[in-house]
Design a binder for this molecule. Sequence first.
Ligand SMILES: Cc1cc2nc3c(=O)[nH]c(=O)nc-3n(C[C@H](O)[C@H](O)[C@H](O)COP(=O)(O)OP(=O)(O)OC[C@H]3O[C@@H](n4cnc5c(N)ncnc54)[C@H](O)[C@@H]3O)c2cc1C
Length: 770
Amino acid sequence: MKTDARVVVIGGGVVGCSVLFHLARAGWKDVMLIERSELTSGSSWHAAGGFHTLNGDPNIAKLQAYTVSLYDELEEISGQSCSLHLTGGVMMADSPERMDFLRMTHARGRCLGMQTELITPSEAKAMFPLIDVSHFVGALWDPVEGHLDPSGTTHAYAKAAKALGATIELRNPVEEITQDSDGTWNVVTANGTVRCEHVVNAGGLWAREVGRMVGLELPLLAMEHMYLLTEEMPEVMEFNQETGRELVGVIDFKGEIYARQERNGILLGTYEKDARPWSPVNTPWDFGHELLEPDLDRIAPSLEVGFRHFPALENAGIKQVINGPFTFAPDGNPLVGPVQGLTNYWSACAVMAGFSQGGGVGLALSNWMVHGDPGFDVFAMDVARFGDWATLRYTNAKVRENYSRRFSISYPNEELPAGRPQQTTPLYDIMVRDNNAVMGDSWGLEAPLWFAPEGSEARDIHSFHRSNDFEPVGNEVRGVRNSLGVTEIANFAKYRITGEGAESWLSTLMTNTMPTIGRIVLTPMLNENGKLIGDFTIAKAGENRFQVWGSSVAQVYHMRWFEQHLPDDESVQIHLYGQTLVGLSIAGPNARNLLEKLCDAEVSNAALRFMDYREMVVAGAPCKVNRLTYSGDLGYEIWMEPTYQRKVYEAIKAVGAQYDIVDFGLRALLSMRLEKNFPTWFAELRPVYGAFEADMDRFIKLSKNDFIGREAAAKEHADGPKLSRVMFVVDTDSADVIADEPRGKRTCRRPETFTRDVCCRYRQRRCDCR
Ligand SMILES: Cc1cc2nc3c(=O)[nH]c(=O)nc-3n(C[C@H](O)[C@H](O)[C@H](O)COP(=O)(O)OP(=O)(O)OC[C@H]3O[C@@H](n4cnc5c(N)ncnc54)[C@H](O)[C@@H]3O)c2cc1C
């Protein structure tokens, strides 16, 4: 066995083999895969082999489309067949709500260039003859779906990787991983130690154990999953003979069933409500090519629906039931990328659909390792999207919820209950008990979304159209805009940057010039390619001391970037506050009148100007105050230690009563920021857009000192951006924009007056309104 390699990939399932292939194809030849047993010794060998392109997240859908498009090339390089059956598939809607969901999926798919079609139940039956059309109202046809041979495909990746120079070591478990002070990893295996620059954890069912070798607890869990194979079915064979075609794949959301043709029968799998985790804490090392005990009782409710919807199945004999485990992250998306706090330790785990996503994961990770950037917007599967609040037990609750809802309708603005509340601020009880707040999960923290009217139940009634939050959120907005409102803002990322090198370091990372003491700036952050990777509010609190606010969901993502770019001389220190600093925002024309009554310090417009920062006492509590609001109104962000939050909140409410103060939630805040055309990280500001495309011109100071991404930004500026973020009003009275809506034939115009249906979106430069 080789004792040195540039990269060691741990795990020879479909994901590890794909990573190996993509690294070798990108030109890194000195790459090695170590597998404890034979290839496909985890979940890969017993997969049902289905693949599809559609995904709730458009960026993941793109990577799935790439995976599917790769198989021909893979067969060519490796000479190994993947047994590809590109049959296409139908998704069946049993209700108008499900049809709305399919319409949305279709519209988004079209936006991505997918050739999906909305069809009738009879048209679906013409492709999958077992359907009883009386149970359905419509369907979505996707031509890019099918199935393949999981083992053949994994071997095709492996053979192609070897053909490009990679090496594979079988029957050799990795037992320990250590790192030298110069960053070199020692991968200790049963057959000796390999020294390498990079380690990739593609341990699949054992990814948690491989993570623990470096002190990492990855948020993933294996679930049992069952599918069954029927005996030969005459209905299937007749269809094949008559049409000369294979049956297409089918998803029956109501039954939580997927089905397709397998030989002359049907393969039918379920995502049952009674979902079962497998090995919740430790995966046994002696588990291998065996299956779990089937439990047909557990999937009986789904089968009963299936027999009604596909009556011929009831008479088909069951040939075999497969029950095997595979892994999920709390939101069902993979965990990919460099792990914060470790150098050159990469995650390629929790890939729940290895044959739809494995290629995309391999491509993104290899791009990241070789070029320093995944090359796509991969935040939805970035390992950095979870914090340490995503513990094993939280993950367990969320994964069970996610599995059991795999074929449930996901509504806009839907908040899911499992594992919550995980983190709360001191105001939680007041919000829920006294204020009738509907709470949401904001990166593991409970945050008020909106306030239900007194006497009504505080819960969302979900819909693809306007839901029950519309009027109350409108009242909150009017309350703020006309007088005064208060909202919790604990759900921001908060950092303190100190040290002699703090200012010059921040200035090298950020596009804007740094503020003087007591002042605030807004600034994007770019990567080397000039793409947006962050958007921050920065206050200079004192000599060599800065307070920084950013997106909550991106705090591990940003900490990873910050740490990668820290100088070696310890001249800069970063402190991430987490929930040790919480906040309240007061906004509206009466905000200053209120603050005056809560403070002894002067807060006139001259003393506390727009974009000023002060450390001052508010309502008797030591606070940090920013004179700005995200709603765009006159107002203040007031930050304090959690121990003071109740006191400050109660004083605000008591004194604010004379101004008819309203509590407002996150939905009102986001609505108001949209009206003011303030973009937000990860809605309009994403790592695929340039700073000028995003209309951030006034925050990009090309003439200041050099900063990361400056050259690319200067080029974008000189060439003219290819896209532009514009704001327009969508005329609607029943359904509001969410995100990723397709571009229709609507007229695009700058609004004279702002309404709630304002939408900031990127459009090709030559859009209708120009
Ligand atoms: C019943 C069932 C049906 C499925 N159907 C589909 C489907 O239709 N379509 C689809 O896309 N997906 C399907 N899946 C999911 C699919 O199987 C997984 O997405 C995929 O297998 C994940 O691959 P992986 O490489 O991440 O993990 P694994 O296949 O688990 O591979 C991990 C590998 O790492 C090795 N390893 C672990 N630790 C070490 C160590 N310390 N040293 C050396 N080697 C180590 C293991 O031996 C193993 O070979 C199904 C899964 C199941 C269980």
